[in-house]
Design a binder for this molecule. Sequence first.
Ligand code: PRX
Length: 658
Amino acid sequence: MAESEKSSALSALSTESRAFPPSEEFASQANATADWYDRADSDREGFWAEQADRLHWTKKWDTVLDWEPPFAKWFVGGELNVAYNCADRHVEAGNGDRVAIHWEGEPGDSRTITYADLQREVSKTANALTELGVGKGDRVAIQLPMIPEAVFSMLACARLGALHSVVFGGFSPGALKARIEDAEAKVLITSDGQYRRGKPAPMKENTDEAVEGTSIEKVLVVKRTETDVPWTEGRDVWWHDAVDGASDQHTPESFDSEHPLFILYTSGTTGKPKGILHTSGGYLTQSAYTHNVVFDHKPGESVYWCTADIGWVTGHTYIVYGPLANGATQVIYEGTPNTPHEGRHWEIVDKYKVSIYYTAPTLIRTFMKWGEDIPAKYDLSSLKVLGTVGEPINPEAWMWFREKIGKDNCPIVDTWWQTETGSQMIAPLPGVTATKPGSAMRALPGISATVVDDTGTPVGNGEGGYLVLDKPWPSMLRGIWGDTERYKDTYWSRFAEQGYYFAGDGAKYDDDGAIWLLGRVDDVMNISGHRISTTEVESALVSHPTVAEAAVVGASDETTGQGIVAFVILRGSASKDEAKGEEAIKALRDHVSKEIGPIAKPRQILVVEELPKTRSGKIMRRLLRDVAENRDVGDVSTLADSSVMDLISSGMSESKED
Ligand code: PRX
């Protein structure tokens, strides 16, 4: 990375001095207490052994941690069944009638699923998957809307020791296909269609395209929208035929603590998504622990709602595994937040008396835009804890969330973590840690995070650098599916000497030593809390016949955190005026949407004659970012041709005038 690129990523934040200590009332009833930090520091393994006792183990582990950097094994020798922990054991404890899921469909239909229902549904799904040939170690791809069957499918895989690979419903057939192929999945679970903004949209039509010519042997199809679907006899099976008729009795098998649980693909700095691998015992331990202490969750009392999609890691850990391991009662909502009206979320909070609400900064900024009058119409007095995840939250949005939603009465937990970390790592403990608007504060008890400079030396208070994790943690990724070298290279080579995990984020300590996240320092963009690599979008652009070369940057965006801005050079044969026209630009944006998914659609595409390159041919994205963010262009002295930037800048201002 170029020197100046780094310093812009690490630039210090404006000072934010407000702090909100916990109320005595909250502190007196909080699940965790301040002494947990020291207790965990003085005996880390003892602390995690205690957390693992939150779970039901069919065989207790012999050793808490086996650490041969960068390979960790947690709770070695232990055995458990993850799905049993998330359903059956709550029924056996006498809580079968407790609601596990209040499901709210987008068109207004709803379902109530108790823990006894959940146990039966997961058992039936496991029996049906067994019939379809799924067994221990097999991979099952899942692309489903936010319907209860998504949860049943994931837990059924866990119950059988099969790995699920959930692919976000908004990803294109090409993206799904690449993930199916990489994991060599045997079965795909999908639906006929999905509701999106009040209308049914086709789903199976797309998944059929993805499955063509892959390892998929069977496609299990949930009927959700009554959309007509193409059907391949012998391969396609309706959920209502295979699952509804299956037995609701299923004896769970025990699996090793390190048995793989799932693969989840995420963007890295190259075009090829990485299959992040998580295993069972350590992942579930940290998921259950963090869900309990960070949200101050009270089983049987709290009503919890995480607004993420099941296709992202937040949906995995904080809709499925963490809350269900803790016997939580939660809301799952299928649709978009403004369908049929912009008060939908607050109406749901009011309806189910939600007490814990966990969402993304981008959505909070959207709610701000829609106006405070909207939440003001509903009774939000049930709320006790508010949480955010996915990107840095700006202090203004944080304060709005606190005042307009939390009525100055709810601690806000800003939780930093990643697909790779599996569960939350840096976050305040409500009732314990004072919060500051925009800071994730400090590493959780049992977790160790540090901010270091280029040489791996910890920086002091008031200084910025790179965020590293300097000690292994139970829910850490165990590798990249099928690519050990890439695992070592991506996460462990940057600070190899010190043996630190490199998170790819910039961070700084404030004068009190609280941690402030500053965004990615690599070529990964963060669009509405979702990771998209610049290379992925560039590859999609150059796969269009009119594009010769493309450079993509993430430019700051008021609502989505970052927006995608693309600079493209057209092929000689593409007629310039025609190719620069609105239609042609729209075609390019649609092309990216088709190749990756609507989330990757560039906000702006600018046709340029040249791209700024160093003498060695590396595109200087830093300069393009300056243009995209309307700043004066920085140091151009390393450019092979320094006049290029003048042309691009003037092109940008022309395109704005259009
Ligand atoms: O840059 C950080 C940002 O999201 C990245 C991880 O993205 P992903 O694996 O998709 O997981 C998102 C949900 C856990 C991080 O490297 N990020 C996540 N949470 C925060 C954050 N940045 C600042 N503050 C956060 N609370």
